[in-house]
Design a protein around this ligand. Structure first.
Ligand code: PGA
Length: 248
């Protein structure tokens, strides 16, 4: 049985004082869950959230990292730096980074490898645009992104990669893929992993759905056969609402 994982993606929101209050408010609301609870915070909040999440079941992730360990990369943060302050997860290849910050399948692959080298668990985002969906090539796009992201990883690393299927047209738009559509896409991703790494490994990989997840649709989505939880943007900014999603 795969574990359910609910990861919040705060994006470029939350000042440290807000982040601390959020973790304090969330802690009692999710303390009894069996699901994995992750908050992916902006760099400036990471240290504060880690300190405040100590001795709780809330894990902290970053939203990006550079693939090099150190050097002349002004403005960047490495996996080693994240690990050094106690970060456990890192989102890689979010569509906003692909769209606005020139993230490519190649840099995504390098970042995933660097994440594992630093003992960070990657949450790798894949997803099609509305145009690709309307052209009928959504499955081709997401299976290709998955293949390129995982290229060259060991079986063990593939098993420990979390994938987030996020149709771009559903992110921040209030439009959710239907639970059945999301499940179909996630099955395709799992099939693709199975073709390359075998069924046993594919069955272990946690694959989340993301795109306008909220407390009112979480249960239907997360109860589908292949949807192992969610990557939650907007609805992760309020502790009560996020807790309802965690406790779906
Ligand atoms: P959303 O964002 O829940 O606000 O649609 C999801 C994401 O971008 O990870």
């Amino acid at each position: 049985m795969r574990k359910k994982v609910i990861a919040g993606n705060w994006k470029m929101n939350m000042l440290p004082n807000e982040a601390i209050k959020f973790i304090q408010d969330l802690t009692p609301l999710v303390k009894d869950t069996k699901n994995e609870v992750i908050i992916c915070a902006p760099y400036t909040d990471l240290f504060y959230t880690i300190l405040n999440a100590q001795d709780t079941n809330i894990k902290i992730g970053a939203q990006n990292m550079h693939f090099e360990e150190k050097g002349a990369y002004t403005g960047e943060v490495s996996g080693k730096m994240l690990k050094s302050i106690g970060v456990e997860y890192v989102i890689i290849g979010h569509s906003e980074r692909r769209q606005y910050f020139a993230e490519t399948d190649e840099t995504v692959n390098k970042k995933i490898k660097a994440a594992f080298e630093n003992d960070l668990k990657p949450i790798v985002c894949v997803g099609e645009t509305l145009e690709e969906r309307e052209k009928g090539i959504a499955f081709d796009v997401i299976t290709k992104q998955t293949r390129l992201a995982l290229d060259g990883l060991s079986n063990e690393q593939v098993k420990n990669t979390i994938i987030a299927y996020e149709p771009i047209w559903a992110i921040g738009t209030g439009k959710t893929a239907t639970a059945d559509d999301a499940n179909e896409s996630i099955k395709k991703i799992r099939e693709e992993i199975s073709k390359i790494y075998g069924k046993d490994i594919a069955e272990c990989v946690i694959i989340l759905y993301g795109g306008s997840v909220k407390s009112s649709n979480a249960k239907e989505l997360f109860n589908k056969s292949d949807i192992d939880g969610g990557l939650v943007g907007g609805a992760s900014l309020k502790a009560e609402e996020f807790a309802k999603i965690v406790n779906f």
